[in-house]
Design a protein around this ligand. Structure first.
Ligand code: JFZ
Length: 418
C-alpha cells in the first residue's frame, strides 16, 4: 500500500459526504459568486458583513442531518473566493468574529460534526477577491477585473502567499484533527508552484500527517509520479466521469464527484430546481460502481438554516441508506459488466444488484449460473429464489446466466431495489 492508498482508505470506504457552501453571499442569495458576477464593490459587499448574524446557525442540527442521511464526512467553506473567513483568523479583520455573529463558526462546525462521528473537512479558496495583494485587474474571475483604478495598483503576491499559507496553518493548528483539506482552485497560470504548493503541502502534512488533500492546487494526479502537491483525490464537479478516474496506467485513483442539490453551491433563493432523492441515490450508486465518492452540496440560508427542499432530499436519502447502506459503504466497482436493469456494486464476494428498472419476470444475471450461493433482498433480508425458468436452458445466449425471481411484494423500491 502506498502512502496515498493508506491515507485515502477511510475516504473510499465512507463514500458519501456533505459539502456546505455558506458565507456572506448567503444574504444576497444569488449564489456564492455574486460579488464577482455582479462586479459588486467592496463597500456594497460590506453591508452584508455588517448584518451577518448567523442567528439560526446551529451546526449540531447540520451534523444530525448529515448523520441521518448516511453522510460520513463533511466539507465546509471556511473561506470562499470572496475572502470572508468563517473562522477567527489572526491575519485578517474580514472574519465572522467581527460581524454581529461574533463567533468562530468553524470551531462550532468542527466540534458538532466530530461529536456525531463525522470526518471533518475544510474548504479553503486560494482565490481571494478581498486581499489587496491578490491580482484583480484583468483576472476574469475577479470583481475588479475591469476596474481601471485597479489597473496600475502594485501588488506584492508573496505577501498574499504568506497570508494564505498562514491561514491554512491556523486552520490546521487550531481545530484538532482535520481529515480533509479541500482547496479551490487553480486556473490559467495560477497553479502549482504559483501557490508555493510544495512548501504548502509539506507544511500541511507536518501538522496533519493523515490529512487528505484534493487536486485543485494543480499538478497532475493521474501521472506516473504526480507532483507532491497533486493531491490525494480527483474532484470532478457536477459530472460523474463515465469510466471513473484512472491514472496513466489505467489504475483506479481516488475520486469524488461534488454535486449541487439544485443549480447553485451557495444559497440561491430563487433556485428551486432540486434533484430528487431518486436521482441522488442513483448517482451515488453510479459513483460507487465506478470506485468514486459523492460529495453532496447544501447551501444554507443567511441565518444558517438548510432549505426544506434540501432537508427533504437528505431525509429520503437517509431512509434508503439506513436500509441499503451495506451496498455503498466499503463497496466499489464490480468486474461484471453493467447489467441492463441497473448497476452493480461489490464488496469482496458480495455482489449488490441495484435494480433501477425492470419489466416483468425474473432478473437475469449474466455469467453467474451456479455461482450464486444465496440471494437476499437487502432492505429486509428476504430470501429470493434463484431459478431457471422452464425453457431458459434452450436459449444459448442466456445459458451462462442465472435468474432471480422477485415476488409481487418485493417489487421495486421506487428509488433502487438492492
Ligand atoms: C469552484 C467554485 O468557483 C465554486 O464557487 C464552488 O465552490 C465549486 C465547488 O468550486 O468552481 C469551479 C472550480 C473549478 C472548475 C469549475 C468550477 N473547473 O476547473 O472547471
Amino acid at each position: 500500500m502506498n502512502a496515498r492508498e493508506a491515507r485515502t482508505h477511510w475516504f473510499l470506504r465512507d463514500r458519501l459526504g456533505m459539502f456546505i457552501h455558506w458565507g456572506l453571499y448567503s444574504i444576497p442569495a444569488r449564489g456564492e459568486w455574486v460579488r464577482g458576477n455582479e462586479r459588486m464593490s467592496k463597500e456594497h459587499y460590506m453591508t452584508y458583513f455588517d448584518e451577518f448574524d448567523a442567528s439560526r446557525y446551529d451546526p449540531k442540527v447540520w451534523a444530525k442531518a448529515a448523520k441521518a442521511a448516511g453522510q460520513k464526512y463533511a466539507v465546509l467553506t471556511t473561506k470562499h473566493h470572496d475572502g470572508f473567513c468563517l473562522f477567527d483568523s489572526k491575519l485578517t479583520d474580514f472574519k465572522a468574529t467581527n460581524t454581529p455573529a461574533g463567533r468562530d463558526l468553524v470551531r462550532e462546525y468542527v466540534d458538532a460534526f466530530r461529536a456525531e462521528g463525522i470526518a471533518v473537512g475544510l474548504y479553503y479558496s486560494v482565490i481571494d477577491w478581498d486581499h489587496e495583494d491578490y491580482p484583480g485587474y484583468g483576472d476574469k474571475a475577479h470583481p475588479d477585473r475591469d476596474n481601471e483604478a485597479a489597473k496600475d495598483k502594485p501588488i506584492d503576491f508573496d505577501r498574499y502567499l504568506t497570508y494564505m499559507h498562514g491561514q491554512v496553518k491556523e486552520l490546521l493548528t487550531n481545530y484538532g484533527q482535520i481529515d480533509i483539506m479541500w482547496f479551490d482552485f487553480s486556473y490559467d497560470n495560477m497553479t502549482g508552484e504559483k501557490w508555493k504548493a510544495t512548501e504548502l503541502v509539506r507544511m500541511i502534512r507536518s501538522i496533519q500527517p493523515n490529512i487528505i488533500i484534493d487536486n485543485r492546487l494543480g499538478g497532475n494526479i493521474r501521472a506516473e509520479e504526480p507532483e507532491e502537491y497533486a493531491g490525494d483525490f480527483f474532484s470532478p464537479e457536477q459530472i460523474i466521469p463515465p469510466g471513473g478516474i484512472v491514472d496513466v496506467n489505467g489504475h483506479s485513483i481516488p475520486w469524488e464527484a461534488c454535486i449541487t442539490l439544485n443549480d447553485n453551491w451557495g444559497y440561491c433563493s430563487e433556485d428551486k430546481n432540486y434533484k430528487s432523492a431518486k436521482q441522488v441515490i442513483r448517482s451515488l450508486v453510479e459513483c460507487v460502481s465506478k470506485n468514486g465518492n459523492l460529495l453532496l452540496n447544501v447551501g444554507p440560508d443567511a441565518k444558517g438554516e438548510m432549505t426544506c427542499e434540501s432537508l427533504n432530499v437528505l431525509n429520503e436519502l437517509g431512509e434508503w441508506m439506513r436500509l441499503n447502506g451495506d451496498s455503498i459503504y466499503g463497496c466499489g466497482h464490480s468486474q461484471l459488466a453493467k447489467p441492463e436493469w441497473g448497476r452493480y456494486t461489490q464488496k469482496g464476494n458480495k455482489l449488490y444488484a441495484h435494480v433501477f428498472d425492470r419489466g416483468i419476470g425474473p432478473i437475469y444475471f449474466q455469467g453467474l449460473k451456479g455461482k450464486i450461493k444465496k440471494a437476499r433482498l437487502l432492505r429486509d433480508g428476504t430470501e429470493l429464489k434463484i431459478e431457471v425458468p422452464w425453457m431458459a436452458e434452450e436459449y444459448s445466449d442466456i445459458s451462462g446466466g442465472a435468474f432471480i425471481t422477485l415476488k409481487g411484494a418485493e417489487l421495486p423500491d421506487e428509488m433502487d431495489t438492492v
